[in-house]
Design a protein around this ligand. Structure first.
Ligand SMILES: [Zn+2]
Length: 470
């Protein structure tokens, strides 16, 4: 599939780092970056976008295969269901998927993400081994399926092969249900080396990801930092941290330190790091992350779905903290819905409205969208300027299902409507690195991708049925 390349565009209303700007002409270079941006009356007659245009958001945390699990875990099976009982279902589900299935699921997900306002994804990839827990002939087999899904859909990919070795703090051995995730350090190094060439050729960014402080010991985290210095210096590093109170208790019991504090003891956490969830923080940890310039990877709908807790966003943003959003378990694929949930959780806790408005950007959706676009780009190891010179030529045109539905048509209100209106977020064109991958709301391979996904779901249904759980 080749996508139409654009040399530039003229935006009647564009969200830039300085706020909304009218009549902006942008030109793209051959790396998919913005080479020039000027307010003018479009003397070069570039393609014109009358609708509001926003920078594409990078979904900074996805486990693609979990997209196919949506709706399968919303039934009570225990006296108290929690993240931990959900995880058992997820482990079981992961044991039903073939390489063909995981690629079809990733393609279907990535198509949905593009139509949901995302132009990039950071795939936190820990499904490595076959159903019996053996390495594939090429241990990176399932990663290559993710590469293919990104190529087929045009979504910008940062790929993080995950190091996963233990079931809990203290280096406990992995459980039987985790067998598809486990890699030895030697295999992990080989996987990174073998993926480096294909990633560079396809324009993907490669990074490092210890799964969590539960799944990697302090010694192994040190080893991963050495691997990073040798093979991928400066690359993005992501880790799940402090998602659940039980995880905080486990960390305190094993090391006497809270998870985020322990992480800062173990590694030089800086702007190239992304701390996924970081839900349960003390004041000192909030300040440490903000000072380091590390991104916090918030996954508001998954965190709500799993009953994780609520991130202390006002204190973090007051200190200049950087965040992005992730679809994580992929129960939802729309950036606007994640931002809505993020704001609503804060409102429910604080019993206030418009909690995450900015001083410069008093419209909540404008502030949240701008910050999430910047944080997502930082976490993905991409330029983070947004719609400005040096930024990615990746943007989303917002359209209205019902023209004339709004009494006010300033772009701030239109974006608030898309995020909080509850009547559906809708895109027109989606441009990724200067290429039009969604045109008028449609992807050129949409029918094929949807059909492949349906065939994969039929295979999975058969396997679940064979195991007596359908
Ligand atoms: Zn996750």
């Amino acid at each position: 599939m080749t996508f139409q390349g654009l040399a530039g565009a003229h935006f009647k209303k564009a969200l830039t780092p300085d706020g909304w700007v009218r009549n902006l002409s942008v030109r793209f270079d051959d790396r998919g970056l913005i080479a020039a941006a000027d307010c003018d009356d479009n003397p070069a007659q570039l393609p014109v976008y009358d609708n509001p245009v926003v920078p594409g958001i990078t979904d900074l945390h996805s486990h693609a295969f979990q997209y196919a699990m949506a709706g399968l875990s919303e039934v009570r099976r225990n006296p108290v269901d929690s993240f931990w009982s959900w995880r058992d279902i997820m482990y079981f589900f992961a044991l039903t998927l073939s390489p063909e299935d995981t690629q079809a699921i990733a393609e279907r997900l990535y198509l949905s993400l593009l139509k949901g306002g995302y132009t990039g994804v950071v795939e936190f990839h820990y499904l490595h081994n076959d159903i019996d827990g053996r390495y594939y002939t090429r241990p990176e087999e399932l990663s290559l399926g993710i590469f293919e899904a990104a190529r087929a859909t045009g979504l910008d990919l940062t790929h993080l092969p995950v190091f996963y070795a233990h079931s809990n703090f203290g280096g406990l051995p992995p459980t039987e249900g985790q067998r598809r995730f486990i890699l030895g350090p030697d295999t992990y190094v080989r996987m990174i080396e073998d993926l480096k060439g294909p990633a560079a050729a396809a324009g993907h960014t490669l990074g490092i990801a210890p799964h969590s402080l539960r799944a990697a010991t302090p010694e192994e985290i040190g080893l991963l930092m050495n691997i990073r210095a040798d093979i991928l210096p400066g690359c993005p590093v992501h880790i799940h941290v402090a998602e659940q109170t039980k995880e905080v208790e486990g960390s305190l019991a094993s090391s006497g330190r809270r998870p985020v504090s322990q992480l800062f003891d173990l590694a030089e956490v800086d702007r190239s790091w992304c701390l996924i969830h970081a839900t349960h923080l003390d004041e000192n940890e909030v300040a440490m992350i903000a000072r380091a310039g590390a991104t916090v990877g918030l996954c508001p709908l998954t965190e709500a779905n799993l009953g994780d807790g609520i991130f202390p966003a006002p204190a973090f943003l007051e200190q200049g903290g950087i965040f992005g959003i992730g679809s994580d378990s992929n129960i939802a694929t729309v950036a606007a819905q994640e931002l809505q949930q993020l704001e609503y959780s804060q409102r429910l806790r604080d019993r206030q409205r418009n909690v995450l408005a900015g001083v410069q950007m008093p419209h909540v959706a404008t502030n949240l969208w701008s910050r999430a676009a910047q944080g997502g780009a930082r976490a993905a190891g991409r330029p983070e300027q947004g719609i400005a010179v040096g930024g990615m030529a990746s943007f989303v045109e917002l359209t209205m299902a019902e023209p004339g539905a709004l009494p006010q048509t300033d772009p701030e209100t239109e974006l608030d409507f898309h995020v909080f209106g509850g009547r559906g977020f809708q895109v027109g064109d989606v441009i990724v690195r200067g290429r039009k991958v969604i045109s008028g709301g449609h992807h050129p391979s949409e029918d094929r991708i949807v059909a492949d996904y349906a065939r994969a779901m039929a295979r999975v249904a058969q396997r679940l049925s064979d195991r007596g759980t359908a």
